[in-house]
Design a protein around this ligand. Structure first.
Ligand SMILES: O=C(O)C(=O)C[C@]1(C(=O)O)C=C[C@@H](O)C=C1
Length: 291
């Protein structure tokens, strides 16, 4: 199976893909296709050049990955899984700490180490890259450059770990989603069947209210409260139509095949402008326990 991830080699996205495949039981040879950015992972999937994509969705320090949320709304995709990766950023360079003048990383990496950078490198120039491993690759060029990336990339790109564990909070986790086309390819079906054994499910939807009116969001949330469905996440994102207009990303416990969930969704659907079901998939925690 071909799996699209953010590249080059050594990204946390690659780690997420490996982690998810390992948990689901590897079936034959999987090929990782490294993409320059997250949009390209979605394009690769759409163009049928891969069967699965693994993309970051949210981080415990920096919050949502906006481009992933946008593509989930606009592209014809289905979420079939999630995995959570422990993020352990290090400062990597060819040079010594005193020599570092430019620090590179993915915007999420820079954001997760904002305080560290202010405290230790107030004068350094910060530059964004397509990924943390892309930063590591570029940092090999000059001794005055450093990258914020995983400890594994140090070895991969022949860099020194100048400072380990530099993120602003000890606990740093990123949640990734495993996506496929909504017309699920045959090779992916076996992973989905396997997942069903003894797992608790989560469902992700996107809702657009169409028109701002008193109690509109309350009515949606009421549907979940009424039937005791546990919400695990709600997030608003600009609709990009006019200022102050939003779409809501909602995750909750349960499977779209359960009658209780089906009924709640159909009640919500009749009261909103648009409802997109992104998919039902095994919750990360329970799927760890059942493996
Ligand atoms: O740059 C990487 O290594 C990625 O996989 C991307 C990404 C992200 O977009 O959140 C993944 C995990 C970390 O939070 C930092 C960057």
């Amino acid at each position: 199976m071909i799996i699209g991830v953010l590249g080059p080699k050594g990204t946390y996205s690659e780690k997420a893909a490996e982690q998810w495949i390992e948990k689901n039981g590897r079936e034959g040879e999987d090929i990782l296709e490294y993409c320059a950015d997250i949009q390209d992972v979605f394009s690769l999937l759409e163009d049928k050049k891969c069967e699965i994509g693994v993309v970051p969705l949210e981080n415990s320090i920096e919050g949502s990955v906006g481009i992933t949320l946008d593509r989930l709304l606009e592209n014809d995709v289905n979420i079939i899984g999630e995995t959570i990766v422990t993020i352990e950023h290090c400062l990597l360079s060819r040079g010594k700490k005193e020599e570092i003048k430019v620090i590179l990383s993915h915007p999420q990496g820079l954001g997760q180490c904002r305080q560290f950078l202010k405290n230790h490198f107030p004068a350094a120039e910060l530059r964004t890259t397509g990924s943390t491993s892309h930063a590591a690759k570029l940092a090999t060029e000059f001794e005055e450059m450093a990258a914020i990336a995983s400890p594994e990339t140090a070895e991969m790109y022949n860099l020194n770990i100048v400072m380990p564990n530099i993120q602003d909070r000890k606990h740093n986790h990123t949640r990734f989603v495993i996506i496929t086309r909504s017309n699920i390819p045959e090779s992916v079906q076996k992973y989905i069947k396997k997942d069903k054994q003894g797992s608790s499910y989560k469902t992700s939807i996107i809702v657009y209210l169409d028109r701002d009116r008193p109690g509109a969001l309350y009515a949606i949330l009421g549907e979940f409260a009424k039937t005791n469905i546990n919400l695990t996440r709600i997030e608003s994102r600009p609709s990009k139509k006019v200022l102050g207009d939003y779409v809501f990303y909602i995750d909750f416990e349960g499977n779209i095949n359960d009658t209780i969930i089906k009924d709640a969704i159909s009640n919500i659907e009749s009261n909103v402008g648009m409802l997109k079901i992104l998919g039902s998939y095994p919750e990360f925690d329970s799927y760890c326990e059942s493996n």
